[in-house]
Design a protein around this ligand. Structure first.
Ligand code: PRX
Length: 646
């Protein structure tokens, strides 16, 4: 495959950008015609941000899996679609060609049909990083079921909340998952999540770890048994052709992915088929400057948006080889990524700054003897990258020969919005740089007015919004459209608000400075402070808590919790562990505070609002300059908190 819409020079980028703003419909129609549509669209774009309502390629009909699989079979059938590397370096890798992937997806799609899954049904997927996870996701897409993948680190309670919100009737899981030296008992977590659940009809369980599991009669079935029925040609209802796809409207939902916001409850971000396909493919090809035959290694988990867009849909729709890794970067040792790159001759490495910082901490020994010369392009995602980590990545991994793309985007944006294009547009350490064609950023002040005044370094600084829709903007939050409107489209009229702050320099480059709302970014994962507070407050004896972020050398941000505890402390250290256990149970280990400080009160205004600004400063260690605290109800509490800082 060659890509007529791949930008080849800085000038071409400028031209593409200009056209995308002046004539978005013409621009995206040109790109979209490179895909396989069962019926062409009637209109390219209809939108207003008031409701909000966004429709791309309305009237168009397609199935995204025909674009990711079927259309490659003739020319790329024997080429690996997925190369899978086990958690265990001794276990044999699995190489899944496009032909095989197509076959497995069709078979599993039939399994889903046999189990009663229909178009529009929600299917929750809770699995480790194994090829069957890819089959499950794509099989849902093939029959028009809406997948909702939940990251393996979330607790039973989190899963229960998501199942309830999505009213999911089907679950696909594994007995367990391997992650480094740990084994996560996925099915047992699902069993806990299902206590009291009356909606889920079927749980399909794949065997990975041979962890003992309880299988409930009438509800739970084995993946392997169900696949055997299909592969032996049994039980395929009359009239259904094997591999038949559900023809979807461009605007039919493709998936739900839950993500944290500033309220206590995660939101189910909804993406649709047509626009999401076009955008993930377009950004994959242009940002990474993908060349046919290259091997792309995105280290994210498919439980996050990065895995959806740049392990599965983006690379597969481009006919690329996507490397899928089950394990973690530091197991069995901190050279694991480098071993994998050497072993498979990886060309594109896409990872998170937190992973780079953590590997940097092991020094250069793990790199010894590893041949990284196959690498052509490096990428980062998920959080701002500090200059030190950027230079280390550039020098020791890219050997100063590989462009680094710093891709800024969000679960809600579906794919990259601001990034340099590898080797085509300029890079600048810790700057995401320029918007993709079709993306119109604007920086506004608190009142929503465009920022026009530069600071003494010639920079504009403000809250980052986007003026017009790109093809993979979220369409709604599942089951609650009003929530989508108030969260993203009501802060500033007629703008999509990202929740991030940014700088813009004289060259027009953007630098993302981090969230301006009460959302933390811990190791590149989004966690709402209110969510963590709710979880802490569930612990018997906790009266109130306030959670803020603080700079953390490896995680980017750490979680600092101030807790008022009225219970009896047998031992304060034990109480802290109890609180951590509570958070792990309610949300999952990823949300555990790094620091807990017991306090007798929280700094509140006379109207009862917690002054987080003060708590943030104390957590950051900026104790001497707390600003005006005279409006506090009890200024004395500040001294106590300062003295007790951990
Ligand atoms: O704050 C931004 C940060 O991650 C947030 C989005 O998180 P999530 O929806 O989990 O998606 C992460 C993977 C796309 C953003 O609001 N973020 C993401 N990429 C960058 C970033 N911050 C700075 N630079 C980036 N490249």
């Amino acid at each position: 495959m060659s890509f007529s819409y791949q930008i080849k020079s800085y000038n071409e980028y400028k031209e593409a950008y200009k056209k995308s703003v002046e004539d978005p419909e013409g621009f995206w129609a040109d790109v979209a015609q490179n895909f396989y549509w069962r019926r062409k669209w009637d209109t390219v774009l209809k939108w207003n941000f008031k409701e909000p309502r966004v429709e791309w390629f309305a009237g168009g009909k397609l199935n995204i899996t025909e674009n990711c699989l079927d259309r490659h079979l003739e020319k790329l059938g024997d080429k690996p679609a997925i190369i899978w590397e086990s958690n265990d370096p001794e276990e044999k890798p699995r190489v899944i060609t496009y032909t095989r992937l197509h076959k497995r997806v069709c078979q599993f799609a039939q399994v889903l049909r046999n189990n009663g899954v229909k178009k529009g049904d929600r299917v929750c997927i809770y699995m480790g990083m194994i090829p069957e996870l890819a089959y499950a996701v794509l099989a849902c897409a093939r029959i028009g079921a809406i997948h909702s993948v939940i990251f393996g680190g979330f607790s039973a309670q989190s899963i229960a909340d998501r199942l309830e919100d999505a009213q999911a009737e089907f679950i696909i899981t594994c007995d367990g998952a391997h992650r480094g030296a740990k084994e996560i008992p996925l099915k047992s977590v699902i069993d806990d999540a299902l206590i009291g659940n009356k909606v889920v009809k079927r749980v399909i369980v794949y065997t990975r770890t041979r962890t003992p599991v309880s299988m409930l009669k009438g509800r739970d079935v084995w993946w392997e048994d169900e696949m055997r029925i299909v592969s032996e040609g049994l039980d395929v209802p009359q009239g259904i052709n094997f591999g038949e796809v559900e023809i979807m409207d461009a605007e039919d939902p493709l998936f739900i992915l839950y993500t944290s916001g500033s309220t206590g409850k995660p939101k189910g971000v909804v993406h649709t088929s047509g626009g999401y396909m076009v955008w993930t493919n377009y950004t994959f090809i242009n940002v990474f400057q993908y060349q046919p035959g290259q091997i792309h290694f995105c280290t994210a988990d498919i439980g996050w948006i990065t895995g959806h867009s740049y392990i599965l849909y983006g690379p597969l729709s481009a006919g690329a080889t996507s490397l899928m890794f089950e394990g973690i970067p530091t197991w069995p040792d901190a050279g694991r990524f480098w071993d994998i790159i050497d072993k498979y001759k990886v060309n594109i490495l896409y990872t998170a700054p937190t992973a780079i910082r953590s590997l940097m901490g092991f020094g250069l020994d793990p790199l010894k003897g590893k041949d990284l010369s196959s690498l052509k392009v490096l990428g980062t995602v998920g959080e701002p990258i500090n200059e030190e980590a950027w230079h280390w990545y550039d020098e020791h991994i890219g050997k100063k020969k590989c462009p680094i793309v710093d891709t800024w985007w969000q679960t809600e944006t579906g794919g990259t919005l601001i990034s340099n294009l590898a080797g085509i547009t300029p890079a600048k350490p810790s700057w995401a740089t320029l918007p993709m064609p079709g993306v119109q950023p604007i920086l506004v002040d608190e009142s929503g007015k465009e920022v026009t005044e530069k600071d003494d370094q010639g920079m504009l600084k403000g809250n980052l919004c986007i003026k017009a829709p790109w093809p993979s903007i979220l369409r709604t939050t599942y089951g609650d459209h009003e929530r989508c409107r108030t969260n993203y489209f009501a802060t500033y009229p007629d703008l999509y608000f990202t929740g991030d702050g940014a700088l813009k320099n004289e060259e027009g480059f953007y630098r993302i400075t981090g969230r301006v709302d009460d959302v933390l970014n811990v190791s590149g994962h989004r966690i709402g402070t209110a969510e963590v507070e709710n979880a802490i407050n569930m612990h018997a004896g906790v009266v109130e808590s306030a959670v803020v972020g603080y700079p953390h050398d490896i995680k980017g941000q750490g979680i600092y919790a101030y807790v008022i505890f009225s219970g009896r402390h047998v031992d304060p250290e034990l109480t802290k562990k109890d609180i951590l256990a509570t958070v792990t149970r309610i949300i999952g280990a990823i949300a555990k505070p790094d620091k807990i400080q017991f306090v007798s009160g929280l700094p509140k205004t006379r109207s009862g609002k917690i002054m987080r600004r003060i708590l943030r400063k104390i957590a950051e260690g900026e104790i001497s300059n707390l600003g005006d605290i005279s409006t506090l109800l009890d200024p004395g509490v500040v001294d106590e908190i300062k003295n007790g800082k951990i």
